[in-house]
Design a protein around this ligand. Sequence first.
Ligand code: GTP
Length: 458
Amino acid sequence: MHAHTALPYDQTAETEWSNIVLATPEVCRATLDSLMGRDAEKLASYFYQHMLGHPQARSFLTADAVQQRLHQSMTRWLRSIFHHPMDDAAGIVAHQRLVGEVHARIQLPVHLVSRGARLLKHHLRLALAQEFDDAQIRAQATAYAEGLIDLALELMSVSYERNSQREARTDEAYRLFAIGQNVGVERERQRAVLMEWANEVMVALHCKSAASLPPLRKSEFGMWFHHKAIAMFEGDMEVEQILDIIERIDNVVLPLLRPRDGARGAVERVSDLQDEIDNLKFLLSTLFERNLEAENGRDALTRLFSRRFLPSVVSREINVSQKRNTGFALILLDLDHFKQVNDTHGHEGGDLVLQQASALLLSSVRNGDFVFRYGGEELLVMLVEVTAESARRIAELIRSKFESTPFSLAQGHSVSVTASIGVAMFDGHPDHQYLIKRADAAMYEAKQSGRNRVVMAR
Ligand SMILES: Nc1nc2c(ncn2[C@@H]2O[C@H](COP(=O)(O)OP(=O)(O)OP(=O)(O)O)[C@@H](O)[C@H]2O)c(=O)[nH]1
């Protein structure tokens, strides 16, 4: 195994920058410098006019303040890359990275940046055609201008990518933090504040002097949901449904309940409010139940890692594997004829088997390996730092343990359960989903070819 040291990225970029400059005759550089001194502002205006015509770009550019600031910084940027570009190559390189960071923060799509650069280069080509009669010099000046813009763009993209990945990681870490910190306590608290708000509405309703009813969106519950729950439960479909209910309560149900509508109508409509609150409580408890299970990333029945962290864990291992040049494997295991176990011994019996199967897997792998509950009766092991040969050996060992171990049920009964296993070695493909699919296909083949066997993925 040999460790790669990081490429001297900054130095390479600086050298490349200098090389482009040094390869260009002084007359071309001086012309571009003065061209920019004179025309950079015009160029920036041309740039924005065109970009505003693009519907997706428009959403990033329409605010006046943004236009003014971007116009200025675009003008400055154009001047800076062509003004004495040898004096401070390190500074110029660092600046391009900073621009990439900003683009990542605002999630500016890369294709829009490329489009902008294409427009600029086109315009510069036209401008340079006017500056030079000599075809060779013109070609050199154009190559110089395009070379620097391309390199600047490349530098922006590198830091763009690095920063968007960091942002994604931070999001996930925050989500886990929010879940880990709050789920148990928060569930009780939020039930209580929701009921408090409902009580306030009732009190206001029965007190004829009440001019308006307290909106749910502005209540303790509404504020918590909009600012914290959205992060905690991101990606769960109930979030949108709850947001819809909050909006409906505030904009439809409450206005119809106002005391001035007359007592009779209002009383009839109280049941509408009650229905919406019941819906809300149901959705909320579904959300909390699911996320309580996910607390600490564990599945509630088996205590294995839950599937939702599989992408993060496998992606991280792919990075490690690429850096250190080590292999790793996924073992996907599906219990055979598990429906029969449930049918014969009840769901509780099935649950007991699943728990023992999980314990069996945990006792068959090393500390650094990961075991997930992948689906109902599907378990997945990630073996780190293994060769294909030892991955197959471990999978075979697991298979034979299943075959020879009786699983205990209630009242001294037991049942035999075998497993079909697919093994996929990491083959360098950077997409974790692709690796999981290969393991899945191998497992399917194991089922098809008779069950209770190990198949290596192709
Ligand atoms: N007890 C219990 N059963 C589960 C759980 N999750 C999934 N199952 C059951 O697992 C069974 C899976 O059945 P199928 O996918 O039809 O496959 P199978 O019977 O295992 O047959 P093959 O996979 O083709 O060998 C279903 O009956 C599910 O209800 C669980 O958490 N507990």
